[in-house]
Design a protein around this ligand. Sequence first.
Ligand code: GLN
Length: 203
Amino acid sequence: MVIGVLALQGDFEEHAIVLSRLGAEVREVRAAADLEGLTGLIIPGGESTTITRLLTAYGLLEPLRERIDDGLAVMGTCAGAIVLAQHAAGLDRPGIERMAIRVKRNAFGRQRDSFETDIDIAGIEGGPVHAVFIRAPVIEGVDPPARILASLPDGRVVAARQGNMIALAFHPELTADTRVHAYFLQVASASVAAAPAGLAHHV
Ligand code: GLN
């Protein structure tokens, strides 16, 4: 199973390390040709305005949208979640716009620019996950078929899933806990099993 990590900007190397630890074959994605044969793709944290600018500049935006519409599993973390959202306030360029979520960038304000907390995530066993938030967005709206995976105690949504797409406001790649990435690998491998025969060339 080959998992891509979008490597235009941001902390893609940390994701690659976690995926390798879990036994996945990892490929850095910088061009449309790099999408060939991927089972899943992680869009890392970084700066969403930069990532969206480079997606267009590198000719990746439309190929990525097509692959996601074909069922490619994707997980966006922090800026990556912003890039996946159908609505992202303050984003000056089009993102991938495939998840029925509304995100607010830099939602935690200056005082809580960065913080860490433990959260329960639906579908992840073994107790709460330690979540690192860095100039994080909040998921202000989750419309069907997207659904909430995790919220803060005050009710603000910080993780959502829609089919093979996962959006996280935090950074699971910055702790030693690999459960979130393992969960994504499960989603990705199930998406392959479910792929119609016509899509077999993507597998
Ligand atoms: N604040 C950044 C943005 O709006 C996201 C920060 C992050 O990915 N850690 O893109």
